[in-house]
Design a protein around this ligand. Sequence first.
Ligand code: TPP
Ligand code: MG
Length: 312
Amino acid sequence: MDRDTALRLHEAMLLTRLTEERLVKLFRQGQTLGSVYRSLGQEATACATAMALGPDDVIAPMIRNLGSMFVRGATPLEIFLQYLGRATGPTGGREHNNHFGSVERGILAPTSMLGALIPVMAGVALSFRQKGEARVAMTWIGDGGSSTGAFYEGLNFAVVQRLPLIVVGESNGYAFSTPPDRQMAGRMSARSQGAFTLTVDGNEAAEVHAASIQARQHCLEGKGPVFLVCETFRRSGHAEHDDQRYVDPQLLAHWAAKDPLPRFETWMAHRGWHPDPDLSSRMEANLLAAAEQALAAPWPEPADLKAGTFSR
Ligand SMILES: Cc1ncc(C[n+]2csc(CCOP(=O)(O)OP(=O)(O)O)c2C)c(N)n1
Ligand SMILES: [Mg+2]
């Protein structure tokens, strides 16, 4: 990774952390329409994977992959407008979290149905191959989501067809309040389906990035999909309405010590690369201004309820 990429990756991870912190404040003030699903401690698995893609590749993020949307050009203002349900937000108040796409940025709208994006993205990858385009499709799946039928069906199809699909497995210790050993027989893997599997330390951004570059190359060489497992930990509740009392505090402390942001800053410092020392405070000021702008934005008009929807 070169210096410029490292600085951009660090910026995306920090922006994700601070945007979600601002969203938590808005939630506690009763301003967000629904709960806030954080990626605290998992920013590297969302940002460093997306950072390895080319501009024509397509992503389908899940709820904890806000960082990948920032990498593709989404803005905090859009995110705030969306969570606050305002008329000028990406879905005009029809959704309340990161469930919106952007064709220009190569982002397919996330969906709540765990596993459902795997066959959809296998289809996107199939279209790339049929058109002879050197592009890859990327999506993410949690340990819980990887137990769904859709995950197996979609990945199996991609393996058989040798499709350019990267599925990032987020092995983060919990599916809501259920630890993996209560709902899956082994560790996250797609080896039994014949998919090339890579497993990395999901909190080491440089390692995640290098593996993602390797995965993309594997896809572009026509060798089929890659399941890239990132070992990480969900350091917040499932969402802000979940106080995570079922998680051992020692486990949380263990993973806090492996926070991806300071680790990546150390990795950069070893190369003599240093982020702007004012970056964090500048970002916080911009985020506060964006949140205030979103709070002042208009609510949707009831008469516009059906606009942009399929209705008869
Ligand atoms: C098919 C399906 N089953 C159940 C749910 C309800 N649900 C939403 S998130 C979640 C836990 C997901 O855990 P995991 O896949 O490990 O992702 P994480 O939240 O840890 O990122 C559940 C059970 C759903 N959205 N879709
Ligand atoms: Mg999980």
